[in-house]
Design a binder for this molecule. Structure first.
Ligand code: AMP
Length: 463
């Protein structure tokens, strides 16, 4: 019997089901042109019915484009139809890292190799002002060469903003990997919170069970807040010492990435045979199975259907919560775009000073600056009235801003010409990366890595 093929957007042939998240299904797919295997995360907007948060989503997608590291899962492109949104992701053939531990704990040498990759990814993202804040087993995938791929990096900031909005009523399923200061909902440093989670992950890899585990959730919180755990006897002294520094309940004295890298356990050479995973007998719990009433389980284990309660939302989930959010018009051709965006690591004052200077040079009128928006207008009437631009700055992360230059009046071709000939070249020294095009990325250089272009949104939906 002839098999029916499912083709998505005339570009991908959909294959087997890989997994299920809170609001999304993940499928294997093959790019029909290149033959490349990818994973497609499909979000069904009808399944969920909440609104809002569009701006955060677009910012998050912009961030996702910035993160290009061999150990961070790549987002190739975003596609959309009226009812669904599709994220085309790098395919992690090896599945979840923690499936390995179900077969038995890892030797310290094998764990070290994964840990190096995890710390490499974390360090890279932190250097770009991007924090995970929710590192846990489901987010650690492996490719076919057993290389670690951290997924959903940079998405939890979004979940956090929902919490601050009061829209998120429960904390994510298991607190097992979460730093004490995050659980206590004090303000926290994203970098230090990630280090804590990396410490828990390292413990689990080598022990085969969680450091903080109790069937009573309150008791588990108490153990976490006091960092009450015991290392199994076979742990080396060097490993115990590193864990002690990482699982420090005080974030101000907790090890930094550079201190981790200087530790003697980390610096031990990685043996070639560590590439082959050796399994010892499995001990006990390795995932957040301690979840009890009061919290919602967020595990992606088989058969776990999309939870109806709002739990651990990430960008994918939140997109699906926005009923009015249709990404289809984000994929317009470049020539009809009426806005440009770039990220910068300069402070907002520098950006506005630069724009003021530019306006003077181009004889643009500075109309007003209201609610953080600078309005610029051409002195002479053009083909379709006076060309006008709004410049707006958004904070993506403490050291990363997104600047949007949007045409609000006048002719698009005139605007694009002005952008190309005058504005872009003048801003190059403050730009970290222009979003969504193939222009050279001025300030950003990544050794040995190709700048990957994906047809991601650089265009807001027309309002
Ligand atoms: P998520 O919604 O991202 O938590 O994904 C649900 C599950 O789908 C994960 O736990 C993985 O088992 C699987 N999965 C997600 N993304 C990928 C990928 N890029 N490659 C392979 N499997 C994936």
């Amino acid at each position: 019997m002839e098999e029916r093929r499912t083709i998505l957007m005339e570009r991908y042939e959909i294959g087997r089901h890989l997994g299920q998240g809170n609001f999304a299904k993940v499928y294997y797919a093959r790019n029909l042109t290149s033959g490349q295997g990818v994973a497609i995360k499909m979000i069904d907007k009808d399944k969920v019915s909440r609104v809002g948060l569009m701006v955060q989503i677009k910012r998050e997608i912009s961030i996702m484009r910035l993160v290009r590291h061999p150990n961070v899962l790549k987002l190739f492109e975003v596609m959309a139809s009226k009812s669904k949104i599709y994220f085309v992701l790098e395919y992690a053939k090896g599945g979840e890292l923690f499936n390995k531990i179900t077969k038995g704990k890892l030797s310290e040498d094998v764990a070290r190799r994964y840990f190096h990759q995890l710390i490499g990814a974390v360090d890279y993202c932190h250097s770009r002002g991007v924090y995970h804040r929710d590192l846990k087993p489901e987010n650690l995938l492996l490719d076919e060469s057993e290389n670690l791929k951290v997924s959903d990096f940079d998405l939890s900031a979004l979940a956090e903003s929902r919490r601050q909005d009061g829209l998120l009523h429960t904390t994510c399923g298991t607190p097992a990997y979460v730093a004490p200061e995050v659980l206590s909902r004090r303000g926290y440093d994203g970098a230090k919170a990630d280090i804590w989670s990396c410490g828990v992950i390292l413990f689990v890899l080598v022990a085969g069970y969680l450091p903080f585990h109790d069937t009573n959730l309150i008791e588990m919180y108490r153990k976490i807040s006091r960092a009450e755990y015991r290392c199994p006897r076979p742990f080396s002294v060097e490993l115990k010492d590193l864990l002690y520094k990482m699982l420090d309940p005080d974030p101000s004295t907790r090890a930094s990435v550079s201190r981790i890298k200087r530790s003697s356990w980390y610096r031990k050479p990685i043996e070639v045979n560590a590439l082959k995973i050796k399994h010892e007998t499995r001990d006990k719990v390795y995932k957040g199975e301690a979840t009890t009433s009061g919290l919602t389980e967020c595990s992606n284990s088989e058969g776990n259907q999309a939870s109806s309660s709002l739990t651990n939302l990430n960008a994918f989930d939140i997109i699906s919560l926005s009923t009015g959010f249709d990404l289809s018009n984000l994929f317009e051709e470049k020539y009809c775009r009426r806005e440009e965006r770039f990220t910068t690591r300069q402070p907002a004052e520098t950006i506005f000073a630069k724009l003021n200077e530019l306006a003077k040079r181009l004889k643009l009128k500075i109309k007003k600056k209201e609610n953080g928006v600078l309005k610029l207008a051409a002195p002479k009437e053009g083909m379709k009235g006076f060309l006008e631009l709004d410049a707006e700055v958004f904070e993506l992360a403490p050291s990363l801003l997104l600047v949007e230059l949007k045409k609000t009046n006048g002719d698009t071709i005139e605007y694009r010409q002005l952008m190309k000939d005058e504005i872009r070249p003048a801003l190059n020294d403050v730009v970290w990366a222009w979003q969504g095009d193939s222009h050279p990325q001025p300030e950003q250089s990544m050794q040995g890595e190709q700048q990957q272009q994906s047809p991601l949104p650089s265009q807001k939906p027309q309002d």
